[in-house]
Ligand binder design. Structure first.
Ligand SMILES: O=P(O)(O)OC[C@H]1O[C@H](OP(=O)(O)OP(=O)(O)O)[C@H](O)[C@@H]1O
Ligand SMILES: Nc1nc2[nH]cnc2c(=O)[nH]1
Length: 183
């Protein structure tokens, strides 16, 4: 079921961001090219894994959650909320601080209201910093998180609640090894 994802991940070129071993892959970078069949494979697996009962919106983070969110939105007919790296100053906007393994920045959440039931999807969860920041913003608003699914987990991150992942990888300087696939 996840053959394309597994095969392409294990062929990922590696680079360094400081001390961080960063793999380069179509799903997590849009580079070098994202094949429709890979997106379909990821979208179908996510739709099967996610608990979408009573869900109002899909929440993703800019940038590399967007193509996954669009795929799911088109498959489920659920509206898409993109947590942006740029503020808009609209009423109710929530600013959140994001720390990843190699960067720090601000994220801005618009378009979710108190009582909304959402799912969060993203390309990768590494330190869990991005997911914790989004969960904190949704909590501040009073939205309910029905489920969370990421394509790739690369660490033993703790985001304070259970979440789902399509594959778990071990990353070293020499490359990516898929250690578990969840089907
Ligand atoms: O678990 P974490 O350590 O927080 O890492 C995961 C986050 O890192 C990447 O985003 P990044 O901030 O690099 O931005 P991008 O999507 O624009 O590449 C990725 O898309 C996740 O959102
Ligand atoms: N592309 C990519 N995105 C990431 N986000 C967090 N870790 C990584 C990584 O190793 N590669």
């Amino acid at each position: 079921m996840l053959e394309r994802l597994v095969e392409s991940l294990e062929a990922s070129p590696m680079t360094k961001r400081g001390d961080y071993n960063y793999f380069i892959h179509p799903i997590t970078d849009g580079v070098p090219i994202c094949e429709p069949a890979l997106l379909r494979e990821v979208g179908c697996a996510m739709v099967r894994m996610l608990d979408l009962e009573g869900v109002d919106k899909i929440v993703v983070a800019e940038a590399m959650g967007i193509h996954i969110g669009v795929t799911l939105s088109l498959m489920t007919d659920l509206p898409l909320v993109i947590v942006r790296k740029r503020p808009y100053g609209l009423p109710g906007e929530v600013a959140i601080h994001q720390t990843t393994g190699y960067s720090k920045g601000e994220l801005y959440l618009n378009g979710v209201s108190e009582g909304d039931r959402v799912v969060i999807v993203d390309d990768v969860c590494s330190t869990g910093g991005t997911m914790r920041a989004i969960l904190s913003a949704l909590d501040q608003i009073g939205a309910e998180v029905a489920d969370i699914c990421v394509v790739i987990t690369r660490g033993d991150e703790d985001i304070g609640r259970p979440f789902k992942t399509l594959v778990k990888v071990a990353v070293s300087e020499s490359g990516v090894r898929v250690v578990d696939t969840y089907r």
